[in-house]
Design a protein around this ligand. Sequence first.
Ligand code: NAD
Length: 350
Amino acid sequence: MPLQFDDLPQNLNQMGFGDIHIKYDPQTELLAIITIHNDKLGPTIGGCRCIEYPSFSAALQDALRLAKGMSYKTAISNLAWGGGKAVLLKPKQIKNREAYYRTFGRFVNELGGRYITSIDSGTELSDLAYIAKETPYVSGLSHYYGDNTDPSLATAMGVKHGIEAAVKFKFDKDSLAGLRVAIQGIGHVGYHLCELLYPLGVELIVTDVNQQALERCKTQFNAKIVAPEAIYQVACDIFSPCALGGVLNETTIPQLKASIVAGSANNQLAENQCGELLNRYNILYAPDFVISAGGVILATALYDKRSMTSAITQLQDLYEVLLTIFTRAEKQKLPTHIVAEHIAEERLSG
Ligand code: NAD
């Protein structure tokens, strides 16, 4: 349902917002929205998305949804940070990229550090450097990035810890050796996940729409390849969605042979009730906003100039965070994502 402006106050109230800031600059054609969901735990962080939108209300809706998601990610990961997001309504052509992103940088700066920006779809590392010419409130600058500081590697590390927690809870096992993991999407996160799981003796089954990526996984990790529509029926222990949102729905869930769903994709549940459906099929679901928090954990560590060791410890903590969620969900007979949301909301309300 598209967002109706007249319903905005009610929507903001329901979502627990926060504030909205809008900037228009006719010279660069920058039309930017910054949404600050909740800054009770600390300054807000969230990527800067620059894509074409069909309407301003669609962009605003995206900015609100994404900022709220960031608040939940930071809260559940025990970070002293809140959730925010920037959405730039990309013009047909950005005539001068530097001027465009520097104007955005000044907009970020006006908020005085309540919102820290970072990378997201449509924004490049070089754009972050333009932003940084106008404001210190930016995380993930290219000069900090080495092999160890790739956000998708951090996300994959978090997913690996999440899989380990789910395996401990479901099978009471400390090792992943011999388990079968079916990965949907072997892009940035999915590929790193293969890299991390293969040495542990995991049998990998992968799918993607990119043939080259598939061949690489077959060669490097002896992965078995299946067609995109066949991934749901694969006989495996863990299904790991690392491509698209909405993949857990009334059609796909009954097809799953896996006992666990644990992957990085955002918004995996097509609808909230799909969490209950997973329960009915006795499938343990690692809530997406928890298991995919590795990227934001790294971004906050980089901004705070904390050591890599501290970021890695926080990534490892996702194991305990997920075990707590699984245990509470079992006790309270609730879907795991509901329990995770309750925990995040408790923290966000202080
Ligand atoms: P990516 O674009 O690098 O990878 C996605 C992969 O999915 C691509 O290889 C693409 O070809 C493949 N794909 C597309 N349609 C498909 C289909 N129908 N079936 C199978 N594969 C398909 O993205 P990414 O950075 O690896 O992120 C993966 C998911 O994780 C996304 O949903 C993203 O929002 C989420 N996520 C990523 C990060 C991160 O750090 N990159 C952090 C949190 C969440």
